[in-house]
Design a protein around this ligand. Sequence first.
Ligand code: AP5
Length: 184
Amino acid sequence: MTRLIFLGPPGAGKGTQAKILAESCEIPHISTGDILREATDQGTPLGQKAQGYMARGELVPDDLILDLIRERLSQPDAQKGWVLDGFPRNVTQAEFLDRLLQKLNQGCDRVVNLDVPDEELVTRMLKRGRQDDNETTIRRRLEVYRSQTAPLIDFYGERNSLVYVDGNLPLEEVTSSLKQLAQP
Ligand code: AP5
């Protein structure tokens, strides 16, 4: 059973690595960013509410995310493990997740902090060119990461579940470090 949370700044490689790891462990890759992008592409009520926040590089309000995570982690395929990517994103979400996992009788094995220097993050995102990968939005996403998400490093560090992984290495090398952590 593998249950991992991926922390790390925008562009660190969370999505790339979470997908590879989830496939290799045959567990769901749960990305709140992917869920929200799908909702905006489809123009659902969730997508319509989230769109402006995402375009500005702000976090969408917690109330749009929490029910969605509760439902997703309660689904049958998530009972055999998961990789969470992009959630939790602030202390409120992390506290919610703690309570939810207790209720679901699930634990989290590791919280992985993917470390990558800012210049490399910006280079990667500009090269990728997703809709929110323009300079103004990238700058705001990095600020939001520092003020709202980075405090989770201490939050999980105090529980001894945090592991640092150097994300500034070739993709396959990062994958190989992560696969070692994901061993049951
Ligand atoms: P989200 O989709 O979570 O975006 P993010 O955290 O900004 O992260 P990215 O997707 O940009 O980066 P990543 O770390 O996944 O890197 P990737 O693997 O893509 O969130 C988007 C928005 O949704 C937020 O701004 C917010 O509005 C909203 N949102 C989402 N979750 C939320 C939540 N819980 N609460 C509130 N709002 C929420 O890699 C980046 C690039 O680098 C790729 O091109 C990749 O190919 C390349 N790359 C990866 N690894 C390497 C490597 N080792 N070497 C070289 N290149 C690499």
